[in-house]
Write a new protein. Structure first.
Length: 116
């Protein structure tokens, strides 16, 4: 089976940092565009950052631009999201998936809670 497993979430105060990781198993994602998505309570899931297969071309939602950095290690089949200067509005469950996302790859996500 193919799985994407997110980790690294937690509770931090505003201004803090977290580094999320996504580990893939079952197949290699080295040729796929990958993305980090988040879903806050009562809101739709949204794309916050993505990168192409090489990691050189990236996209960031305006709300996280300049604060979040996506990276990948193709050899290790992992994707990371470095989150700095966190704000309470960043509170959400964060997921990784290919981009555009495919339903079969949604995992449990990792909770990020930012307190003011």
């Amino acid at each position: 089976q193919v799985h994407l497993v997110e980790s690294g979430g937690g509770s931090v105060q505003a201004g803090g940092s977290l580094r999320l990781s996504c580990a893939a198993s079952g197949r290699t994602f080295s040729s796929d565009n990958m993305g980090w998505f988040r879903q806050a309570p009562g809101k739709e899931r949204e794309l916050v950052a993505s990168c192409n297969w090489s990691g050189r071309i990236t996209y960031y939602a305006d709300s996280v631009k300049g604060r979040f950095t996506i990276s990948r290690d193709r050899a290790k089949n992992t994707v990371h999201l470095q989150m700095n200067s966190l704000k309470p509005e960043d509170t959400a469950v964060y997921y990784c998936n290919v981009n555009p996302p495919e339903w079969q790859y949604w995992g449990q996500g990792t909770q990020v809670t930012v307190s003011s």
